[in-house]
Design a protein around this ligand. Structure first.
Ligand code: COA
Length: 186
């Protein structure tokens, strides 16, 4: 009984700690909207090149959520949730629209970050994730991809091509498995 009370108190304290620390953890972000909430400490590199809208939820309690815009730019809209273990690495430009929910261990990369053919430059192209997209988790979103409004990217998908609005894509490489008429409410 006592142990249970201690565990509960610890959980409450942890939540308070996250609330107090959020302004410090997000201090590097140049354009930060209102009411940001961090659950654990995120890893933020290149905050001068990052903008985040209102009501961001950034979870890092198991593994940090990592935003790296040292050589690129990351723009995140309003009411976006990013789960733990997410990596967003930009050498070009990554945009994430309003109301998106992005699940744990998803990677969003706008560059190959390495040469493949020594006679060609490293391939780097912006990634655009439209409004109200749901990515349950462990997806890989690769350079040059646009994900249409309201789309769903299934668990573990590797997205190499554009995703039409209001469609579900799954697999590696991701293919459309379903389309629907209206946006779901996230
Ligand atoms: C997106 C998701 C909800 C499935 O959406 P759906 O539209 O209902 O898809 P269905 O189950 O009808 O499957 C449609 C097809 O896609 C395939 N498919 C579904 N999910 C898949 C996946 N993650 N990887 C590969 N293929 C998948 C199905 O096998 C099926 O193929 P078939 O038509 O050849 O039989 C599901 O893939 C998913 O990601 N679930 C995880 C939810 C989750 O993690 N929630 C917690 C985090 S927020």
């Amino acid at each position: 009984m006592l142990l249970r009370q201690i565990a509960r108190a610890r959980r409450r304290l942890r939540k308070q700690y996250w609330r107090w620390m959020t302004p410090l953890w997000m201090a590097e972000v140049r354009d930060l909207g209102r009411r940001p909430r961090c659950y654990g400490r995120p890893e933020i590199d290149g905050g001068d090149n990052i903008s985040i809208g209102d009501d961001i939820r950034l979870a890092s309690y198991l593994v940090p959520c990592w935003l790296d815009a040292r050589r690129g730019r990351i723009d995140i809209g309003n009411h976006v949730t990013l789960a733990h273990g997410i990596q967003v690495c930009s050498w070009s430009h990554v945009t994430i629209g309003d109301d998106c929910v992005i699940g744990s261990y998803t990677r969003i990369l706008d560059s190959d970050f390495h040469q493949i053919d020594p006679d060609e430059p490293i391939r780097t192209e912006p990634v655009h994730i439209g409004r109200n997209v749901w990515i349950p988790g462990q997806a890989q979103i690769l350079r040059g991809v646009t994900i249409g409004e309201g789309a769903v990217v299934a668990l573990g998908a590797v997205v190499t091509e554009n995703v039409p609005p209001r469609s579900v894509v799954a697999g590696s490489p991701a293919k459309v498995v379903r389309t629907f008429e209206r946006d779901a409410t996230r």
